[in-house]
Write a protein that binds this ligand. Structure first.
Ligand code: KG4
Ligand code: ZN
Length: 393
């Protein structure tokens, strides 16, 4: 049986993304990042995110269709003039808002998938409106293309199962699986009995791990997003978990939160506050001389909690596979710690197979949508689909 081709859209936060997937295979995954827009604010500025999504969404979709199915999307204005969308980065080639995406040939799309939460409300709305418009226009052979609404976090779970065009890697997940989701907005341990069957075993009680890294980077005046910058600084340091730093530097140790073994929740705001108080007391010289150490100690404390809780969950629930998703999973050191962890329990660990599948992207939404397609989980009333900014699994 040929697997369905899905056009997927994600505008949940600060990346405008569209992808074309077939089953688990990613045929195209176009991501337009807004980092340069939000950098100067030290975080995502929602109104600017919405504007950037609106400006970019048509071009990103057109590019995904072109790369994914060799499809040239045309901009057909009301007076019948047609212009090819040629220049991906040139805003003057943006389709005019009165136009609709169309073509002379049929797009072989079986369904459209869109993220409907969690995320920024006004950002989610852009992707949802576009997906509805495309479905109701009848992008596929049927008058109405089916619409699949996907939870963004489900997308991060399924990023682990994405394959390249040739169907690699071939690995299959053995259930029940445990998933560790670590992003800028979420830190969760999810029990997955089977495809689409989720139970949250633990989650953050305050800040997410990625958010904590971003805040620590702000405390250290390092820029945004903080996770990758902290990783780079910490790479040159080797320290023991939450322990004191090198003797020739200032002594810093952070008290790990939520030590009780069977509490699978996370907490990061206390670590951040301890860190802030410590850094505030340093002289400018101490601050600059210890910058690498400070980054490394904070990162270690963030990851120590992730590993400790994942380890408790594995012991308590005995999963057959560990899946890891979300932006923070891009961190090489965290992957090393997770690989070390599963070796102890003799279970396989899956990471998203490419870096472009780790952060926010539409390909993971397309892969998650494929399993929903198989279960006939389509949106019944397309017009009434609404964003759910605090959607949970
Ligand atoms: O999943 P994601 O792209 O967006 C959300 O859905 O939140 O995650 C973004 C988070 C940010 O907090 C960012 O600092 C963090 O992922 N991040 C990293 C790395 N790359 C991104 N954290 C640690 N190490 C990295 N290499
Ligand atoms: Zn995300």
């Amino acid at each position: 049986m040929t697997e369905p081709i899905i056009l997927a859209i994600d505008t949940s936060c600060d990346e405008t993304s569209a992808a074309v997937t077939q089953g688990r295979r990613v045929l195209a995954n176009v991501i337009s990042s807004q980092i340069n827009i939000h950098k100067k604010y030290g975080g995502v500025f929602p109104a600017l995110a919405k504007r950037a999504h609106l400006e970019r969404i048509d071009i990103v979709i057109a590019e995904a269709l072109k790369r994914g199915c060799g499809w040239e999307v045309r901009n057909e204005s009301r007076d019948g003039d047609e212009k090819c969308v040629k220049n991906f980065s040139n805003p003057s080639s943006l389709p005019n808002p009165d136009s609709h995406l169309t073509s002379h040939s049929h797009i072989p799309v079986s369904a459209i998938a869109v993220t409907y939460g969690p995320g920024l409300a006004i950002a989610l709305e852009v992707g949802i409106a576009k997906a509805k418009q495309l479905c109701l226009q009848g992008l596929a052979l049927e008058a109405r293309t089916p619409l699949i609404a996907v939870n963004h976090m489900e997308g991060h779970i399924y990023s682990c199962l994405a394959q390249n065009k040739n169907g690699r890697p071939e690995r299959e997940v053995v259930f029940p699986a445990l998933c560790l989701l670590v992003s800028g907005g979420h830190t969760e341990l999810v029990w997955i009995k089977n495809h689409g069957d989720y139970t949250i075993l633990g989650q953050t009680l305050d800040d997410a791990a990625g958010e904590a890294l971003d805040k620590a980077a702000r405390i250290l005046k390092l820029g945004y997003p903080g996770g990758p910058i902290i990783e780079r600084l910490a790479q040159s340091r080797k320290i023991s978990p939450c322990g004191p730093a090198r003797r020739d530097l200032v002594e810093i140790s952070l008290t790990p939160p939520l030590k009780e073994k069977y509490n699978l929740n996370f907490s990061y705001s206390g670590l951040k506050t301890q860190f802030l108080y410590f850094v505030e007391k340093l002289s400018p010289e101490e601050f600059s001389q210890n910058l690498y150490t400070l980054a490394a100690v904070f990162q270690e404390a963030v990851f120590e909690q992730l590993i400790r809780k994942a380890s408790h969950a594995i012991e308590a629930y005995q999963p057959k596979t560990l899946l890891c998703g979300g932006g923070v999973i891009a961190n090489k050191y965290l992957r090393t710690l997770l690989r070390r962890l599963v070796r102890e329990y003799k279970i396989p660990v899956f990471f998203p197979p490419k870096l472009s599948l780790v952060g926010d992207n539409a390909a993971m939404i397309g892969v998650a949508a494929y399993y929903k397609y198989q279960r006939n989980e389509f949106v019944e009333d397309i017009e009434s689909l609404d964003r759910v900014p605090r959607l949970s699994l």
